[in-house]
Design a protein around this ligand. Structure first.
Ligand SMILES: Cc1cc2nc3c(=O)[nH]c(=O)nc-3n(C[C@H](O)[C@H](O)[C@H](O)COP(=O)(O)OP(=O)(O)OC[C@H]3O[C@@H](n4cnc5c(N)ncnc54)[C@H](O)[C@@H]3O)c2cc1C
Length: 376
């Protein structure tokens, strides 16, 4: 038996013994997704137990080093773990911007002290993070951001406003882009971390047509941030911001994979035109899955082109929108039942091609950096 086969057998037995039955059920609502953090109320004992046993083993972040709370798995072992979890329908134990966005940036740009302080807390789900990038006048033109951090000797003094900050009202800490110099646009940005309970931080939920408020306006009014809470060099935060965006785009591209399985088998529509569209979709989804596996392996090995997350993000989010359109079409008028998951997933999928940078912006990046089109 190869080492990897032995690892698979061990993992299968461990998951069988440790994953509660309730955590093998499909996600039905937002509450089924454990986000952790200081204010998190576990939906059940099973949800709490699943997070604790997985964190204890370092498997909330299987491929992070053990020294920072990870599982220390090789990329091949991490794939086996993912496959074995999928085999029994195990839920992800922790959803976290700390894992998918900040963690990789800290691993690359953080000081050793920052890594040892923040990463294990992220791995255990103790801090819930939000992302302070977009501002009222700086979305696609992110480097135009105006939130100011002034050097006051022993601290930064932060003033300004962010917008569309997902879950800012529920988060414990924020990773935030601030302007520390006006001499150059990209060259005057610094990447700060601070506690959302710091005096001067306030949030105002933005109410959507669905009645939900998944994101907020976030205000900073004379917020004092300790000097050592800057990641990377002062005025070089754009490097950190871009690297983090690559990971965010990789994470969002995963939406293209859906919940697995063929859409044709799940929907079985009688209309031949719709059947043909769904068959074409299933073929494209399989192609995307193959491309995604190849890309993820190259990305983790540091061999992917820096602009390829844009290509994946565009392809994955457009595919996810198409999947949701087809599910709605196959469901007919029943699919409009507001209390059901379908119409909410359909509306939410529209946001995929805006968050993390719009589809148009991704196409510009692909045109310029991958296709090298003239004038792009
Ligand atoms: C669900 C969701 C969650 C989000 N969560 C967060 C979060 O947690 N934190 C955060 O900081 N932000 C968050 N955002 C904000 C998101 O990053 C911005 O909405 C996005 O970057 C676009 O910026 P904007 O809304 O200002 O649109 P704009 O930049 O004003 O763009 C408006 C339109 O113009 C197009 N456009 C702009 N520039 C160009 C160009 N050069 N070429 C071609 N077309 C162009 C865009 O594609 C778009 O269609 C979230 C957004 C959504 C939808």
């Amino acid at each position: 038996m190869s080492d990897l086969d032995a690892f698979r057998a061990e993992t299968r037995a461990w998951l069988e013994a440790n994953c509660p039955a309730e955590m093998r059920q499909p996600i039905r609502s937002e509450a089924d997704m454990c986000w952790g953090g200081r204010n998190w109320t576990f939906q059940s004992d099973a949800q709490k137990q699943w997070l604790e046993v997985m964190a204890e083993r370092g498997w909330t972040v299987p491929d992070w080093p053990k020294a920072y709370g990870g599982g220390g798995l090789t990329p091949e072992q991490a794939i086996v773990l993912k496959e074995e979890m999928a085999r029994i329908g195990a839920r992800q134990p922790l959803y976290s911007f700390g894992i998918s966005m900040l963690g990789p940036a800290l691993l690359k740009f953080g000081t050793e002290e920052q890594k040892r302080h923040y990463l294990p807390q992220i791995a255990r789900g103790e801090i819930r993070w939000c992302q302070g990038y977009s501002e009222p006048g700086a979305g696609s033109d992110l480097a135009g951001l105006q939130t100011k951090a002034e050097d006051k000797g022993d601290h930064w003094l932060v003033n300004g406003q962010k917008v569309w900050t997902s879950y800012a009202d529920k988060a414990d800490w924020i990773f935030c882009l601030t302007r520390t110099s006006t001499e150059s646009k990209q060259g005057g940005i610094s990447f700060l971390l601070f506690d959302m309970e710091t005096p001067g931080v306030s949030t105002k939920p933005i109410l959507l047509i669905s009645g939900n408020s998944p994101f907020c306006e976030t205000f900073f009014d004379d917020v004092k941030v300790p000097k050592d809470q800057v990641v990377g060099e002062v005025n070089r935060g754009w490097d950190v911001a871009k690297y983090l965006l690559g990971h965010e785009r990789e994470m969002i591209s995963g939406m293209g994979l859906g919940e697995g399985g063929s859409l044709g088998a799940a929907t079985k529509p009688s209309d031949p035109m719709l059947r043909a569209e769904i068959a074409a979709f299933d073929v494209d989804a399989l192609a995307f899955q193959a491309m995604s596996e190849r890309f993820t392996a190259m990305w983790k090995a540091g061999e992917a082109h820096p602009a390829s997350p844009s290509m994946m993000k565009y392809a994955g989010t457009e595919l996810n929108k198409r999947r949701n359109e087809l599910v709605m079409a196959a469901g007919g008028s029943d699919a409009l039942e507001w209390a059901a998951k379908q119409p909410r997933d359909w509306l939410r999928s529209k946001g995929n091609s805006i968050e993390g940078g719009t589809s148009e912006v991704q196409l510009n990046i692909v045109a310029k950096h991958i296709l090298r089109l003239p004038g792009a």
